[in-house]
Design a protein around this ligand. Sequence first.
Ligand SMILES: NC(=O)c1ccc[n+]([C@@H]2O[C@H](COP(=O)([O-])OP(=O)(O)OC[C@H]3O[C@@H](n4cnc5c(N)ncnc54)[C@H](OP(=O)(O)O)[C@@H]3O)[C@@H](O)[C@H]2O)c1
Length: 230
Amino acid sequence: MPTAVITGASQGLGRATAHALARRGWSLIVDARRPDLLAGAMAGLPDVTAIPGDVTDPAHRAQLAQAASRTGRLDLLVNNASRLGPSPQPELCQYPLAELSQVYQTNVFAPLALIQLLAGPLTTAAGTIVNVSSDAAVDAYPGWGGYGSAKAALDQVTAVLAAELPSLRCYAFDPGDMRTDMHQQAFPGQDISDRPEPEGSAEALLRLLAQRPRSGRYRASELTEPAVTQ
Ligand SMILES: NC(=O)c1ccc[n+]([C@@H]2O[C@H](COP(=O)([O-])OP(=O)(O)OC[C@H]3O[C@@H](n4cnc5c(N)ncnc54)[C@H](OP(=O)(O)O)[C@@H]3O)[C@@H](O)[C@H]2O)c1
């Protein structure tokens, strides 16, 4: 049975991805900081190991790696958990550097640390790393410099890993706008009901896994039904 580690699976894109993979028979190892939300989100799924914790905590990451090692197989790591930073987001000239450090800890260092722990089993399985990115990594929106520069760093981490680990697929995946807590946090007080639900982006991520194009950066909107060129 294929096995995936998904971070931040209690809601939003992580939850939708976990459910989409579970429907296709995957075994899952998942986390999020709030245990009750995580347990509720995973209720009813057949083969889930839920490990509450914070991806920035090395001891928690070691627990995820131990769970993966117990399964004896790891095909996929989805680094989905992310931190927006302060809301509303400050412009860079006013950005509190202690907050920026936390954004980078969650969005860059924790994903790389998990990759360092899990690269061995992922390589054995000729598996896949998905680092969830954002359009803010490539477009320069005022106020998005903290989160966006961290996602840009994650994109470059992904690109270099792809060159260093040619037996794996390493994807930066831009899910597009989604109606989630993080999106509401980014647009405080605004009506975001016109944004699509995260399930559509999760299905695009599943198409990326199924089509298995070369390593690179992919937008959910590009991952339509026809096969992506290898
Ligand atoms: N929503 C959008 O429009 C949008 C657009 C572009 C990219 N993205 C990206 O898509 C991904 C998913 O975002 P989303 O909108 O689905 O967010 P979300 O609904 O806010 O969910 C975030 C998930 O991550 C968990 N999480 C947050 N910090 C964590 C930490 N330090 N350790 C472990 N788990 C943590 C949260 O649970 P706890 O709070 O309980 O830990 C939750 O399960 C993120 O990488 C985000 O940057 C989102």
